[in-house]
Design a protein around this ligand. Structure first.
Ligand SMILES: [Zn+2]
Length: 303
């Protein structure tokens, strides 16, 4: 999901009863087409003292339960609210799946109780904490996190992809839609070598012209239903709502070893194999006993 501010895509999985998630931040890994290694340098060095941003605090659809600072990739002291077991468990899953060097760019990890239907549908979200998108905060829906461990785990992987696709080495927020020669996602223009540029070229050639980066989420989801019925590659209709959600849902399926139901879905899973940095997430999941998970994405495109 995208909003007019600097909030990053949010995760919603309406097709399933549950929810999960988080967000995080990582400004680091250099994932690029053709790269064979991942550079784990962190760019998050100015986050000391930062807690939840004012925009998040002012949003009345969320009741903030706790926010932790993240220091050197580790969950640090509570900076607002009170410690919460579910949020700590969420962090455990995120840090189990995510290479430590990448966690380093997350500045805040928080948990909230949703107020209202829309907030309830949001499993987690990631937002950038500065204009450059070099520091991120991740927030988890505590009520949703308590519903399903599998769903929650998928969501963690999903959300983290929003982080590594939004760092300055992937997304240039200084380039507007008219000047963007690659793929403009509503927040910025992806650099030429960005993962999302390759993803869109590979999986969205027939759909990208039907996608409006400035449309609201409801319209994107409605369009996604249509795209999903006509394309057997999407892991559910939510994936078909935007290229980012397609990437995020597919990445979660890859990391948690969800079996593809079509050749087109398998093509998506296979795409990740070329990036050692992505494979590392899956290897960590295997080592720590996560997955394989059943395919529970809705099957709108399968006939
Ligand atoms: Zn998402």
């Amino acid at each position: 999901m995208r909003s007019t501010m600097h909030r990053q895509p949010q995760s919603k999985r309406r097709s399933r009863a549950v929810a999960t998630f988080l967000l995080a931040t990582v400004s680091v890994a250099v994932f690029c087409a053709g790269c064979t290694t991942v550079d784990g340098t962190s760019t998050a060095d100015g986050a000391d003292g930062f807690c939840l941003d004012d925009e998040s605090r002012a949003d009345t659809t969320f009741t903030w339960v706790v926010a932790h600072q993240v220091v050197d990739g580790e969950l640090a002291e509570v900076c607002t609210g009170e410690a919460n077991e579910t949020v700590e468990r969420a962090w455990q899953i995120l840090s189990d799946l995510t290479p430590p060097a990448q966690l380093n760019d997350l500045a805040v990890f928080a948990g909230y109780e949703p107020n209202g239907a829309e907030a309830s549908d949001t499993l987690a979200f990631v937002s950038s904490a500065d204009e450059q998108g070099s520091v991120f905060q991740m927030a988890v829906n505590i009520a949703a996190a308590n519903e399903s461990q599998d769903e929650f785990t998928l969501t963690m992987a999903h959300e983290f992809s929003h982080v590594f696709n939004s760092t300055p080495n992937q997304l240039d927020r200084t380039v507007g839609p008219d000047a963007c020669q690659t793929y403009y996602n509503g927040e910025g223009c992806h650099i030429e070598d960005a993962l999302m540029v390759d993803w869109v070229d590979r999986f969205w050639p027939q759909w990208i012209d039907t996608f409006d980066p400035f449309a609201d989420q409801a319209d994107n989801e409605s369009d996604g239903e249509t795209r999903c019925i006509r394309d057997r590659g999407f892991f559910g209709s939510y994936a078909a709502s935007t290229p980012e959600e397609d990437f995020a849902e597919s990445f979660s399926a890859f990391v948690l070893r969800v079996e593809a139901l079509t050749d087109e879905q398998q093509d998506r899973l296979d795409w990740f194999e070329q990036f050692p940095g992505m494979v590392e997430f899956r290897d960590r999941a295997i080592e720590r006993g996560y997955g394989p998970q059943p395919h529970e994405f809705n099957e709108c495109g399968l006939r």
